[in-house]
Design a protein around this ligand. Sequence first.
Ligand SMILES: [Mg+2]
Length: 152
Amino acid sequence: MKKIIYIDMDDVLCDFTGARLKALEANPAIQYPQSQYDFFRKLNPIQDAISSINYLLQQPEFEVYILTAPSVHNPLCYTEKRLWVEDHLGFDMINRLIISPNKGLNLGDYLIDDHDTGRGQENFNGQLLKFGSPEFPNWISILTFFKNKYHL
Ligand SMILES: [Mg+2]
């Protein structure tokens, strides 16, 4: 049985916080830059995120999905997240994009997320790898975990 890995988008695959802070600095009058047109599509990838997800996708041991919660105040984000995935990971990856406000409903083995609560992460039945934590500060440490555990 393949191991199912879910990967969060904001601040795991794409630099949401960096773009938000930059936009707030440039235009403090716009309090929620993440509600602006094209905000989500233009996010930069997090360091090593694209090569790392592509590496995981190539391993026959794993089935990899993107699992992201929507910014419900911004209806554009549903479309822009889909476009971001195509821009950076290609069309086929869209079949592995899940936009859900409750990540606890998804069955699987691993969830790579920068939050452990708030969007159902606390109810996820598998193991949460908290991105940005001392244990998993970056993608290198995430890949090291999988490489060691599955002898890749
Ligand atoms: Mg996140």
